[in-house]
Design a protein. Structure first.
Length: 133
């Protein structure tokens, strides 16, 4: 029974991550092809199938208010950082960082107990990986 609770928590944490990536993706008012590709790649890296990701997006689109403010933290600092990094990568998927996307990442970081300066450091890593300074 304890294993079910842990599995349930891990699944909810992944759903929180997917929701946040979606909110980052649409924060600038448009969802680009590059963002969709990045979303699916990030989901895959988290162990989420394409079908699960698409079903989750449908739930988010149909009732986004039901997911706002609901954060299930993954277990352990490393998993929290991995989930946050997925959203930071999403912010740069279309080649631009919109202020609303940054705001979502900062709110998510706070919900995960991660300092704001970590978001800034992640942004620098992503910029360098994309050849931007």
């Amino acid at each position: 029974n304890e294993r079910k609770v842990v599995m349930s928590r891990a699944k909810k944490a992944k759903e929180t991550c997917m929701s946040n990536m979606y909110f980052v993706m649409e924060a600038d008012g448009k969802i680009t092809h590059e963002e969709k590709i990045m979303f699916m790649a990030a989901c895959k890296s988290l162990g989420i199938t394409e079908e699960e990701a698409e079903a989750h997006i449908e739930r988010v689109v149909s009732n986004p208010e039901s997911l706002l403010g609901q954060t299930t933290r993954p277990k352990g600092a490393e998993e929290c950082l991995k989930h946050l990094f997925a959203s930071v990568m999403m912010m740069y998927a279309d080649g631009h960082m919109h202020p609303e996307e940054l705001k979502w990442c900062q709110v998510y970081a706070a919900a995960l107990g991660i300092p704001k300066d970590t978001v800034s450091a992640m942004i620098e890593v992503v910029k360098k990986s994309k050849g931007r300074d």
